[in-house]
Design a protein around this ligand. Sequence first.
Ligand code: BES
Ligand code: MN
Ligand code: ZN
Length: 456
Amino acid sequence: MPVELIEHRPKNSRPIQLVTSAGFNGMALSPAARAWAEANGFSGEAGRLLLVPNPEGGIEEALFGVGNGQEGALAAGSLAKSLPEGDWHFAAAPEDASLATLGLVLGGYSFTRYGKKPGKSIRFTLPKGADAGSIGRIAESVFLARDLINTPTNDMGPAALEDAARKLAKAHKARVSVTVGDKLLEANFPMIHAVGRASTEAPRLIDFSWGRKAAPKVTLVGKGVCFDTGGLDIKPASGMLLMKKDMGGAANVLGLASMIMAADIDVRLRVLIPAVENAISGNAFRPGDVLQSRKGLTVEIGNTDAEGRLILADALALADEEAPDLLIDMATLTGAARVALGPDLPPFYTGDDALADEIAKASAEVEDPLWRMPLWKPYEAKLSSKIADINNVTTDGFAGSITAALFLQRFVEKAKSWVHFDIFGWSPSDRPHGPTGGEAQAIRALEKVIAGRYGK
Ligand code: BES
Ligand code: MN
Ligand code: ZN
């Protein structure tokens, strides 16, 4: 259900009591509410909602179980689905009022582009201590990322992804330039061209900049593979089914850019999205081909399904040329990351320990789970090629997420600090703060880091 936030509580708004399992017995509840709770066997179990009736047969209030508090503030999001429509407010502001309210708003998301109805809406009065501006910016950005990922490739190919980036850029008066098709060769992005040329929609590099030119340079690079068939090393049907989401990195960097621009953080932001479809045709790149890269390294193609790192390498090389203060890339890069950590816990890689600590701290604070994995140098040898500077895959397949990160690292030299996120971009099951489908990952934590470093 969509959740609308309002500042002033209407007269008929009903309260929601947050109930911990430990605190239930000592809590100030009306005798009727307590009797009703006991009759229903409710004692504050996490995620359970109990509506308390009034004598007229209406709803007096709601009790919402938060268990022992370990579920986190975002868990309040399940209320967006379970509350009846109308006006609601927290009886007492929760400890993390902003995050609990954000959870609610995020939990109200649904993907409605193809006619599914969003359901009835609830109105929620902002609790004390919650920052409406920040909640609104974050929710809008998360919804943008989810919508882009959920949209299937027939409506979200490289050209549509370009349109989405242009729309966001225009809303914030950012400067946009896009290099399309054979122009990629003239402008020296050979690997973006090679990966994307077999599609009927031309590959492209989307590049937009925003903010004061002398401000600290923050550059975001997002993998924009609008569909990944695997190329000539074609994926089986089961592996291809979800590959509309292979532009999840691009969707997430657009979401993060939206947060940064809407909050007016004083950075010179740059967003780079190589947007392609990894398709199959007579002119597709092949296993065994050797590609030139923007950076000058030659790359032997061990597997055309390891395409994300190729397009990112050219985009990262461009980003690196102006030695940004902070270079962030996000990509649905490897299945191996899911094997290691599962869909909900994206690994990140950086050689900058201070940055890693900031990310880990922000991740915990905003309940945006992330886990650092190592850029394990000795594994770089696995990417060696007999005829080129580097191979795009390893032969043994071990440590797939790490070796993909090490591949990218070869294309970053000058950036003061670089961090790579190997995200899933998808929630395989319903959660309190969002339904099954496209998901924003890492960007709420990153907004916190960037606002902490460069915000007012
Ligand atoms: N887009 C995929 C990775 C992926 C698959 C992410 C499933 C999330 C879910 C990527 O382009 C890919 O195919 N990677 C290969 C690399 C391999 C050929 C070295 C993979 O992970 O199998
Ligand atoms: Mn692939
Ligand atoms: Zn891919």
